[in-house]
Write a protein that binds this ligand. Structure first.
Ligand code: UD1
Ligand code: MG
Length: 424
């Protein structure tokens, strides 16, 4: 898109709504998709377009939502949630003095892609359209506003599902909610919208009929990938969107050289880093911010939570849970273990069933395990504890005190059997 055109675009993101159909206390746009609030994806998308101005319209629990709004984005508050047209009006009040194209996006539409928006904006600007809608052809259009076309196939309005008759409900072309407008015409006509519908709300979609009746140029661009059109109103739609987003994340990782044995049973959040030639086995959950080096083996049934970093060549095998832990290269943690709040060195062997007892009921305590340590099976490490390099713990040890380098300990509580061990 030429720079000249880019400067003429302002974006209004609607994110004031409640979580009515989600039946949730959390605002809908904060519900996570692959570990990140759905609104976060929309905000990223908008930022990547580099428009002249962006305003997010917030309302329900705005104090929570505003925490994820980046600095360059303005915030407008919709005091009474009386519909999408009213929300756009609130957004426009912040864009005073702006002339050009207003792009309206919904915060519950996180799968939308940048290329699609660019296409919509290019089409809108090149053809000098007054309102361009992004539409989609769906096999099951239930829940969405339907696009109405006249006998010349021109768009003449949008009817919401709740207000549609049986014939209209059969229409398969739906409104994705994404629209580009000439700002002047949008501002001048929003006031004509009346809440004459089942929900008694001011619907932005009603502006299309108003435009059409005035013979303004209204046009639609059909989205190719219908998954992008998914608007999330219910928990079932959230699960569907999560599944699609997961596929995108997993596909990207595989393209980058990560082996994922069974992508549908591998749950990797947005914002993780995984090195080349690492293999992820099925039924594994890797949460946001986790970093995994090259040539690692993870899973099956591994749960890597926030703050986990694995060096190159680490094995985190079956039934491993880790949180806030750094693991040095070539360390092996192969069978059912829990490591929390720990720093583990390189070339360490963590025996089956090892547990860091990191929580004393009040505080989280830290475990340090230095390089080349050998932790025997079923060792419980009662943190805070530091285990020196080349130390060895016997099977079933309960470690309650620091262990010097090269020492061998065993028992409950663990006592030093040998100073200096085999490497001494
Ligand atoms: C809307 C469209 C529908 C379209 C669908 C696509 C309207 C009237 N209907 O329906 O045609 O097919 O999206 O997903 O626009 N919001 C506010 N303030 C309000 C009400 C809503 O900011 O007063 C925000 C919500 O937070 C949400 C967005 O606007 O992000 C859309 O609202 P929602 O209630 O989800 O509309 P849908 O019923 O999905
Ligand atoms: Mg919606």
């Amino acid at each position: 898109m030429p720079k000249r055109i880019k400067k003429e675009i302002a974006v209004i993101i609607l994110a004031a709504g409640k979580s009515t159909r989600m039946k949730s206390e959390l605002p809908k746009v904060l519900h996570p998709l692959c570990g990140r609030p759905m609104l976060g994806y929309v905000l990223d998308l908008v930022t990547s377009l580099k428009p002249a101005q962006v305003v997010a319209v917030l309302g329900y629990k705005q104090e929570l939502v505003r925490k994820i709004i980046p600095k360059g984005i303005k915030i407008a508050i919709q005091k009474k949630l009386s519909g999408t047209a009213d929300a756009v009006k609130v957004g426009l009040s912040v864009l005073r003095g702006f002339k050009g194209t207003v792009l309206v996006l919904y915060g519950d539409n996180p799968l939308l892609k940048k290329e699609t928006l660019k296409k919509l904006l290019d089409y809108h600007l090149e053809n000098n359209v007054d309102a361009t809608l992004l539409t989609a052809q769906l096999k099951t259009p239930a829940g969405y506003g339907r696009i109405m076309r006249d006998k010349y196939f021109s768009i003449c309005g949008i009817v919401e599902e709740k207000d549609a008759d049986e014939v209209q409900k059969d229409i398969k072309e739906i409104n994705t909610g994404i629209m580009a407008f000439k700002k002047e015409k949008l501002s001048a006509n929003l006031g004509s919208i009346r809440p004459n519908n089942r929900k008694k709300e001011y619907y932005l979609t009603d502006i299309i009929e108003i435009f059409a009746k005035k013979n303004y140029l209204v046009d639609g661009l059909k989205i190719q990938d219908t998954g992008e059109a998914l608007g999330i109103n219910t928990r079932a739609e959230l699960a569907k969107a999560n599944c699609l987003m997961q596929k995108t994340i997993n596909d990207k990782l595989m393209q980058e050289g990560v082996t994922i044995i069974d992508p549908p049973s591998t749950f990797i959040d947005f914002g993780t880093k995984i090195g080349k030639d690492t293999v992820i086995y099925p039924f594994t959950v890797i949460q946001r911010g986790v970093k995994i080096g090259k040539r690692c083996f993870v899973g099956p049934f591994a749960h890597l939570r926030e703050g986990v970093g694995l060096g190159d060549g680490v094995v985190a095998g079956n039934f491993i849970e880790m949180v806030r832990s750094r693991i040095g290269s070539k360390t092996l943690i192969k069978h059912f273990s829990y490591l929390g709040d720990s720093s583990v060195g390189a070339n360490v062997n963590i025996g089956a069933g090892t547990v860091t007892a990191n929580f004393d009921g009040k505080n989280k305590n830290y475990t340090v395990i230095k390089d080349n340590v050998n932790i025997g099976s079923d060792t419980v490490i009662v943190a805070p504890v530091r285990i020196g390099k080349f130390a060895v713990t016997g099977a079933g040890s309960v470690v309650t005190r620091n262990i010097p380098d090269k020492a061998v300990v065993a028992g409950v509580p663990a006592r030093i059997l040998k100073q200096g061990g085999k490497h001494g």
